[in-house]
Design a protein around this ligand. Structure first.
Ligand code: SAM
Length: 349
């Protein structure tokens, strides 16, 4: 038996490994160990959530962003990005359509757009909360002051996604300009949790400069933070960013890490991300088979979908599109899963 396989067995039994062993498990992976992790992660997910896949309607409501992250296609420095911003009415129209299709969670994601200040965003959240009391509202709008997070929570937002991107401060510095701060991002995550949001963190896999140690730091951070949700996808390069020409992350390593996260944090909700689906044909289906249990089809108006281009060739049609939910349903049924019409709260306590 390989060393990696014996470490994987311990991880499956104990839900944890010392850092050095996690590093070996990732670095020295082999097909047999990968197969074992996949099987164990899927079994853990089945025990806790069954073979149900939760769906979230993703509304990408603005691609204006004041930040300049080196990896991101909607960074402020990308003069070629065609900017758009949805109005409150347009967002509500997305929700109306989504509710009819069966979505009971709306995820409002956007760049850090100063136009959407607290007053404006609060109004949107309040309106969704009034019209859809049975739905969860997830926000993913980056770093904001504590008062802002509090106001949005009081207005009816339940969940917040803020990927930590990397748990290593030096690596964070390679991915972001100096004006952005690692400690502030981490502080935001603590604040969100403290306020009472179901909180999601996560990282990109295969970002430039990422080491095995960095990935271990991500796993350790998440094990300790105990997020309700973990969003993980491969880094994919974008032609109009400083990382153009950098190698993209792979679906293979992302899936391997996904299984490890499922075993370390069995109750967390893990989406099979669009980036995973973009990196490899059938990637999203693979994500589910490796332990994920959430998918987030695109509910944005069709006219703006191609403008929220975080990386080259980002998928937004076919079963990625909310209006084609029947395709997603077929896709999931083909691998033995059922789509669930429910809020789908995290079992993480
Ligand atoms: N502005 C919010 C924030 O910072 O959390 C939410 C929007 S941001 C575009 C959403 C996520 O997209 C980021 O957390 C990042 O992990 C991911 N992302 C951005 N550029 C990417 C790329 N080139 N490849 C893969 N994922 C990317």
């Amino acid at each position: 038996m390989s060393r990696a396989l014996s470490l994987a067995e311990t991880l499956a039994k104990e839900g944890n490994l010392p850092d050095q062993n996690l590093l070996e498990l990732i670095r020295d992976r082999d097909p047999e160990t990968a197969g074992f992790l996949k099987e164990q992660a899927a079994a853990r997910r089945d025990e806790i959530y069954g073979r149900h896949v939760y769906i979230r309607g993703l509304i990408e409501f603005t691609n204006y962003c004041k930040n300049n992250c080196y990896y991101c296609g909607i960074r402020r420095g990308n003069g070629r990005a065609e900017r758009y911003r949805l109005t409150k009415e347009e967002i509500l129209e997305c929700c109306r359509e989504g509710y009819g299709l069966g979505f009971r969670t709306f995820v409002l994601q956007g760049g850090e757009d100063p136009w959407y200040d607290d007053d404006r965003l609060e109004e949107v959240v309040r309106a969704i909360r009034e019209r859809y009391p049975d739905c969860a509202i997830t926000l993913s709008v980056g770093e904001r002051p504590r008062e802002s997070y509090e106001r949005l929570f009081a207005a009816g937002a339940d969940r917040y996604l803020l990927r930590h991107e990397t748990a290593s401060e030096s690596h964070y510095g390679m991915l972001h300009p100096r004006e952005m701060s690692f400690s502030q991002r981490m502080e935001c995550l603590n604040t969100l949790r403290d306020i009472g949001y179901q909180t999601g963190c996560g990282m990109m896999v295969g970002t430039p400069g990422q080491t095995w140690e960095d990935l271990v730091a991500d796993l350790r951070f998440m094990k300790e933070f105990r997020p309700h949700m973990v969003g993980m996808g491969p880094f994919l390069s974008h032609k109009d960013t400083p990382f153009r020409g950098e190698k993209s992350g792979t679906a293979e390593l992302t899936l391997y890490l996904l299984a490890i996260v499922r075993l370390m944090l069995p109750e967390t909700l893990i989406p099979a991300t669009t980036a995973l689906g973009t990196a490899e044909e059938g990637g999203r289906r693979q994500g589910i088979l490796w332990g994920a249990n959430v998918v987030m089809p695109n509910l944005s108006p069709k006219a703006v979908r191609s403008k929220y281009m975080l990386y080259d060739n980002k998928l937004s049609s076919g079963s990625e599109a909310a209006e084609s939910l029947y395709l997603l349903k077929q896709e999931m049924e083909s691998i033995g899963f059922e789509i669930t019409v429910a809020r789908g709260d995290s079992r993480m306590v």
